[in-house]
Every structure is written in C-alpha cells, then in structure tokens.
Design a protein around this ligand. Structure first.
Ligand code: C2E
Ligand code: CA
Ligand code: CA
Length: 441
C-alpha cells in the first residue's frame, strides 16, 4: 500500500492520506465520484483492549483491508476512528456493490497482534456524477450518510443526482439540534371546542420550524427526523417548557386553558424523558394534556402504560390521538388512563361523503362513552360535518372550520374575540369564521 504524507488537493485539514490509487480514471460524464466514510463504531472498547498506541494505528489496518479489496481507491484517515475513501465508478449501483463488499469484509475478524478482533463498521457513502462533482456537497452528504448509518447500523448511500428526499431529511437531521438551540422552533395552538357547552375546552400545541433558508417546515417533515436523530426528547422538553410559559401568559389574559402537547410513542419507553417530565410537572401548576397514539402503547405496553399512569397521577390529562388510523387494541384502550379519544381526521373529513365513515364515527363515539372518555373529532372542515357530529353526541370538535393553528398572539386574539361573540349570541355558529379570517391567520 502506498502511504503518502503529502495531502491531496481536496483533502480537509487534519486528514492523513493512507493510500492513493495508481491510475485515476476520469472520463467526463461517464463516471461517478464516490466518497465513503468508514467509522470504527467500537473504537473505544477496542482501545481498552489493545491500548491507545495500537488503537491509534487501527485506521491503517482498515485502510489495508479496504485497499486489498478495491485497489483503485484513494484512502485518507479522517480522525482516529474514521477512514475516508474516494473512487470513481461507472454507476452508483457499481459503487454500492463495492461498498457492500467492504462492509462484508469487516464481518470477519481482524488479526491485531495475534488476536482476532471484531471491528464494527458504520459506513456512509455519497455519490455524484463526476461532471457535477461538488466537493463540499459530496463530503457533507457523506457525513449525513454516516450519521444515518450510525442509526441504522448498515451501509447508507446517498445518490446526489436524485436530489432525493432522503438527502433532505438527513440534512434536516443534522440541522435540528442547532435549530432548537437557536430558537427556530415555534408553537401554534389549535382550539378544541366543546359542542354542547359552546366554549373553547382546550387547545393543542403544534410545533413548527422556521428555517432560515428553507422557510416554514411543518412537523410532518421533521418529527420523524427528530425521532431518528434521537432529538425528539429535547424537542418535546422544549415544547413542554414553552407551553407552560404560554399558558402563564394566557392566564394573565384571564384564559385558564388546558393545553395539549403531542408526545411521540418512542418517548413513552424512555425513562430519562419520563423522569424529566415528572420533575417538570412537580414544579409547575400548569394544566397540561398529552396526546399519544395507541400504536405507541402497543409497541411496549407494559412500560408505556406504567409511564402514562405516572403522568396521569401528576395531573396530566391524556388523550388518545389519531384513533382509527393506526393499530388499535380494545384490550389496551381499556387499560389506558385516558380521558379523551380523538377520532382521526381521515374519518371526519369524509363524514358527509362516505357511507362507512359515519358508522365508524358513531360507533367510536359510543365506545368512548362506554369507556367514560370524551370524544374529539379532528379535521372538522365543514358546517355539515359539525352538524352531524353534534347529532352523534361528539363532545368536542377541532378543525379548520373553527380555527387553523394560530401563533400565540393570534390565538390570544381569537380567545378574546370569542369571549365577546359567545356572550353575544351563544351560538356554536359563532366559532365559524368568515373566509377573510383564515387569510389573516
Ligand atoms: P396531529 O396531532 O394529528 O395534528 C393535527 C394535524 O392536522 C395538524 O397538522 C393540524 O394542522 C392539522 N389539521 C387541523 N385541523 C385540520 C383540518 O380541519 N383539516 C386538515 N386537513 N388538517 C387539519 P400539523 O401541525 O402539520 O401536524 C402534523 C402532525 O405532527 C401532528 O398530527 C402530530 O402528530 C405531529 N406533531 C405536531 N407537533 C408535534 C410535537 O410537538 N411533538 C410531536 N411528537 N409531534 C407533533
Ligand atoms: Ca395531536
Ligand atoms: Ca391527530
């Protein structure tokens, strides 16, 4: 193997070149530039076994094994536990095959000073057509792929020519921790209206990301990213603190409203999150509700139900979200300390145009009442849906007909206006806004 001391032109500072291909192939347009990052995932534990000095030269062992498999590769060390490899191929598929061979080669043990050791590798790869080769983009993509590989425990390859959603997602994943710290996240509130009492019963906090260059990003595009990146706990704790603060402001205005926060299923199995929330709850008199899905409970029922009971015992109102949209189990439904059931908007939005959905909604309302839960219909968009839900005995409604999610200031204004309208005519119609209202929101 050819180990060069002189850095390559595209090499980032701090990288050592370990192997250089003898015949670089560059046929414009026909080749793909491939950049791979191979990380020794169990570097720390290997270092304990073999000592620091030997561990520091492990990247050479990795480079040797890779170059014996793929002779035309250029290899540099990008840290004590990461090796960067670069090569060109005629298609991303061929590059993926090579990366796969590398991954498989490390499934067999490596001889380190006469002892067999297993190196666990995380491999992230980016590929782009050579003509479009943008070094910075390629190396950022390789880093994103490596981050994803750490989560997935397999080879992750990003094909930059496909301006792929996956790449977008990975970029967002890297940006999210900074975004939370920089105050780019904010909350909107969407009211739930009590049908019979004709008053605003509570509101749901929905998180948004005001990205400095991409603009507004809705949770559908980053909640699952936050979950995968292990950031959902931090994001939810931020949301809870913000909701507590906003509730204090609403109280100052004379509105003592229960505020709901969506809690991802994976957090129900996270004892550190549960402890932190319990501590937070013990130090506040805020009236909070959590919306959780049944699917979250079915995944690990024992710990989820135990943790939900902690929350309920601390005074949190629990609502089952998206009922009917995911997995359902009557056995768990009975065991959950929930006081509210939210029928998924998918059934509500087609209530007046489908034959089946009214039956489902009706029987869900009856089931919830039998279990002594109140029912909320979400996604109420039309007066006819509202009228039908009211006849069916639905307790609460939420949806664009009543209000879109509003930022805190707009929500405060909404509450003030409603108080006025409510005493004026006492009609549920008073919640229905003219078209012009939505444009302001
Ligand atoms: P969800 O909890 O089911 O929230 C309701 C979603 O439906 C919201 O979308 C809301 O804007 C939208 N919506 C409300 N009324 C109507 C309506 O009448 N018609 C239609 N078509 N849509 C309506 P959004 O804000 O984009 O949130 C999407 C999902 O993201 C939420 O679904 C929730 O699962 C998740 N999410 C939002 N905020 C958080 C959060 O802080 N933490 C977690 N873990 N998840 C969150
Ligand atoms: Ca919800
Ligand atoms: Ca929902």
């Amino acid at each position: 193997m050819d180990i060069r001391a002189r850095p390559r032109s595209r090499q980032a500072p701090g990288k050592r070149e370990l192997h250089r291909a003898s015949n670089d192939r560059h046929v414009e347009g026909r080749y793909w530039s491939v950049l791979g990052l191979c990380e020794i995932a169990n570097f720390a534990s290997l270092r304990r076994h073999i000592g620091r000095a030997r561990a520091d030269s492990l990247v050479l062992d990795v480079a040797r094994r890779i170059s014996s498999l793929i002779p035309d590769v250029r290899i540099s060390a990008a840290g004590r536990a990461v090796v960067e490899i670069a090569f060109e191929r005629e298609s991303p598929e061929v590059a993926a095959d090579d990366m796969d061979r590398i991954y498989k080669a490390f499934l067999t043990t490596l001889d380190i000073d006469g002892e067999p050791h297993q190196l666990q590798m995380h491999i992230g790869v980016a590929a782009a057509p050579t003509v479009e080769d943008d070094e910075v983009l390629l190396s950022e993509a390789a880093e994103s792929a490596l981050e994803q590989a750490r989560v997935d425990g397999r080879v992750v390859m990003l094909d930059l020519s496909r301006a792929d959603l996956a790449f977008d997602k990975l970029t967002l994943m890297r940006e999210l921790p900074r975004a939370i710290a920089n105050g780019e996240m904010f909350l909107q509130y969407q009211p739930k209206v009590h049908v019979r009492r004709q008053e605003i019963a509570s509101a749901e906090a929905l998180v948004r990301w005001q990205h400095p260059t991409r603009g507004l990003i809705l949770p559908g595009d980053f909640i699952s990213v936050a979950e995968q990146a292990g950031e959902i706990s931090k994001l939810t704790l931020w949301t809870l603190r913000q909701v507590i603060e906003d509730q204090r402001k609403l109280r100052e205005d004379g509105f003592d409203l229960l505020l709901f926060v969506n809690i991802s299923g994976q957090l129900l199995a996270d004892p550190a999150f549960v402890n932190e929330v319990c501590e937070m709850l013990a130090s506040t008199d805020a009236k909070l509700g959590f919306e959780i899905t049944e699917t979250a409970v079915i995944r690990d029922p024992e710990s989820a139900i135990r943790h939900l009971q902690f929350f309920a015992d601390s005074g949190v109102t629990l609502a089952i979200d998206d009922y009917g949209a995911g997995l359902s189990s009557l056995a768990y439904l009975k065991k959950l300390p929930a006081r509210e059931l939210k029928i998924d908007k998918m059934f509500v939005m087609q209530l007046t145009s489908s034959n089946r959905d009214p039956l489902i909604v009706r029987s869900t309302i009856d089931l919830a009442h039998a279990l002594e839960m109140e029912v909320t219909a979400e996604g109420v968009e039309t007066p006819s849906a509202l009228a039908l839900l009211s006849v069916m005995g639905c307790d609460m409604v939420q949806g664009f007909l009543i209000s879109r999610p509003l930022g805190l200031d707009a929500f405060r204004k909404f509450l003030v206006d409603d108080g006025h309208l409510d005493t004026a005519n006492g009609q549920l119609q008073s919640f229905v806004r003219p078209e012009s209202f939505w444009k302001r929101a």
